[in-house]
Design a protein around this ligand. Structure first.
Ligand SMILES: [Zn+2]
Length: 202
């Protein structure tokens, strides 16, 4: 996804937010709480509409500096984000072995990699180590591209490999995270390799 596409998508989400802005603080907090309840117990795609709804609600509450847990009963098991204090719905990105888990509310690294449960660290680290060289194909310099002889083919193969690795992340690595977090979200796209959510379907 090009930078322009990313900005247009951001603008679209701000359009979606307009209706959410009409809600008062209590309604917002209750709805966040209800959405967290619906998300509990599963591994979720970032592109899933329920995850998108949570993000819209939670980021709106964050902008208003609302403490959701003071206004509504947050489902048990959601720990507070170490950065913003909101109930943590953690996001795993391809940079997880550097950034750890990212907070869907504030976008900050909420659980550093070295503070993750040890049974998650190793599989996540191994997965990220396999993903990094595949992703790097999108960022090859001219010399690397020339060496590959057919860069378009190399890029296409990297995109297909990324799709498989992302599926593997969601189906084999992340289910174990549910022993430690009530729900977890994975980034089901790679904008640099032009991998979109609908490319990643088992
Ligand atoms: Zn946060």
């Amino acid at each position: 996804m090009a930078e322009d596409d990313h900005e247009r998508l951001q603008e679209l989400w701000e359009q979606y937010r307009i209706s959410i802005n009409d809600y008062d603080d209590l309604t917002l907090a209750r709805w966040i709480s209800q959405t967290l309840g619906q998300l509990k117990g599963r591994v979720w795609r970032l592109s899933h509409p329920l995850v998108g709804l949570h993000r819209l609600l939670a980021t709106t509450a964050h902008k208003r500096a609302i403490r959701v847990s003071r206004l509504a009963q947050v489902p048990a098991d959601y720990p507070p984000c170490s950065q913003c204090g909101a109930p943590l719905l953690p996001l795993v990105t391809r940079d997880a072995s550097e950034d750890g888990l990212v907070c869907e509310t504030c976008g900050a690294s909420a659980v550093p990699f070295n503070e993750l449960p040890s049974d998650l660290q190793q599989p996540l680290h191994e997965w990220a180590a396999r993903y990094a060289p595949v992703h790097a194909v999108a960022h090859w310099d001219d010399a690397q591209r020339a060496r590959s002889k057919d860069y378009d083919k190399a890029y296409q193969e990297a995109a297909e490999e990324a799709e498989q690795l992302l599926l593997e992340l969601s189906s084999q690595v992340l289910p174990a995270a549910l022993d430690h977090f009530p729900a977890i979200v994975w980034e089901d796209h790679d904008e640099c390799l032009d991998v979109r959510p609908d490319d990643i379907i088992p």
